[in-house]
Design a binder for this molecule. Structure first.
Ligand SMILES: Cc1cc2nc3c(=O)[nH]c(=O)nc-3n(C[C@H](O)[C@H](O)[C@H](O)COP(=O)(O)OP(=O)(O)OC[C@H]3O[C@@H](n4cnc5c(N)ncnc54)[C@H](O)[C@@H]3O)c2cc1C
Length: 374
């Protein structure tokens, strides 16, 4: 790309959630199946280390109400500027507009790197590949590196959207009225798990925090069954009895919508109830309350990888050693979202990206030390 770190800058538009302040064990659990492999890297360069690093670049961090950690500036620009200045001061050269295409010898030990524009070969002592996943290709992470790595025999898992929106079957009326409406304070249940938070109705379905948090479960169920019915509790602070009691106060002349509004439901929530019942709201307060506490929402697909916040898939973790060096290509290290792990939003993506990068940097020193007999 013409300038570096465009995805980091993009993440900065949302406040740059660098990491999370929860206890380390809870944080590690967010990486699910990849937990064991990432554990050592994240333990070695943990959220405190990441926050100290940001601080050392003149970007102190704070813990938001949700426990998420952000730079005080809530942007990536200052951090990036200071980071690049530091790198430049220690002799790092950043070359922009250069595409790595692979190895000219097909992935042997030669590690010859080919760049476009003027084709040229680079013969590095070691290479750290940090080419990202395949979401938001317009900021550079297009996943095109997969062809070079698979040609070299490196095992890859196919890219799948993570932290993505899901496609619902909205009626035209609902879509026109509610696309863009926030779903505030809802509890989403899917695949036996529940999470409370916020979401957003989109033109095509839903996205946002609660859907990202249970995203891998929802995505896997859709992949297996073709669709999944999840449930939204639209009044998570009230019991079903309390909701029913509020609905029972309905006056005879109140419409269903008025009764629900008086019971504290937002218009978008009432719209969801109408969508779920084909506009036939139950008149019995107890039945309606059960529906408010578990509004079914049919999801029929995940949004495209290009529009997701991150991607699952990439270089299988078995392909790298503890230092994140490719077993098949000694001297080539792989870090960040290129690796096959996934995590919800909450700062976990950048945390693991930084942690794997630091582990690989230590691995490089180790590898060079061994090679040089040091
Ligand atoms: C809208 C959005 C908001 C986000 N917000 C957050 C957040 O708040 N907190 C969080 O933790 N995570 C967030 N993320 C996710 C986070 O940004 C990524 O997980 C993280 O940037 C991954 O880092 P990376 O270095 O592995 O890859 P990337 O940041 O994707 O960097 C890869 C780099 O490699 C370059 N590249 C790719 N292929 C080639 C090639 N062949 N040759 C040369 N260069 C190449 C790309 O141009 C790019 O510069 C967000 C993502 C998006 C899309």
């Amino acid at each position: 790309m013409p300038s570096p770190a465009r995805k980091l800058l993009l993440a900065g538009r949302g406040g740059l959630n660098l990491t999370h302040s929860e206890p380390l064990e809870d944080l590690l659990a967010r990486y699910g199946a990849a937990d064991d492999r990432l554990r050592r890297a994240v333990e070695a360069f943990d959220p405190t280390a990441l926050r100290n690093w940001a601080d050392s670049l003149g970007e102190p961090t704070f813990v938001g109400t949700s426990g998420r950690v952000f730079p005080e500036s809530l942007r990536a620009n200052g951090l990036l500027r200071a980071w690049i200045a530091r790198l430049t001061s220690v002799g790092v050269q950043i070359r922009t507009g250069v595409r790595w295409r692979g190895w000219s010898d097909g992935g042997g030990h030669d590690l010859e790197v080919v760049a476009t524009g003027e084709r040229e070969s680079v013969h590095p002592d070691v290479a750290i590949l940090a080419l990202g996943g395949a979401s938001w290709p317009k900021v550079g992470s297009d996943g095109a590196w997969t062809s070079a790595l698979s040609a070299a025999g490196v095992g890859l898992a196919p890219f799948r959207p993570a932290n993505c929106g899901f496609v619902a079957t909205w009626t035209e009326v609902f879509r026109r009225r509610f696309a863009g409406a926030p779903l505030k304070n809802v509890e989403l249940s899917a695949g036996g798990r529940s999470v409370r938070g916020e979401g957003v109705v989109t033109e095509t379905g839903v996205e946002g925090g609660v859907f990202y948090a249970l995203g891998s479960t929802i995505r896997d169920l859709i992949e297996m069954e073709g669709e999944v019915v999840v449930h939204l509790d639209l009044q998570p602070d009230l019991s079903a009895e309390q909701v029913a009691e509020r609905l029972a106060r309905r006056r005879p002349k109140d419409s269903g919508t008025t009764a629900l509004r008086k019971a504290g439901l937002a218009p978008v929530g009432i719209g969801l109830l109408r969508e779920a019942t084909a506009n036939e709201l139950p008149s019995d307060p107890v039945d309606l309350a059960s529906l408010v506490k578990a509004t079914p929402l049919r999801l029929v697909g995940a949004e495209a990888v290009e529009r997701s916040i991150s991607t699952a898939g990439g270089v299988c973790l078995d392909e790298v050693d503890e230092r994140f060096m490719l077993r098949r290509l000694p001297g080539v290290f792989v870090v960040g979202e290129m690796l096959d792990w996934e995590a919800p939003t909450g700062g976990y993506l950048l945390q693991a990206t930084f942690s794997t990068a630091v582990a690989a940097a230590a691995g490089v020193l180790d590898h060079l030390g061994h090679r040089n007999g040091g």
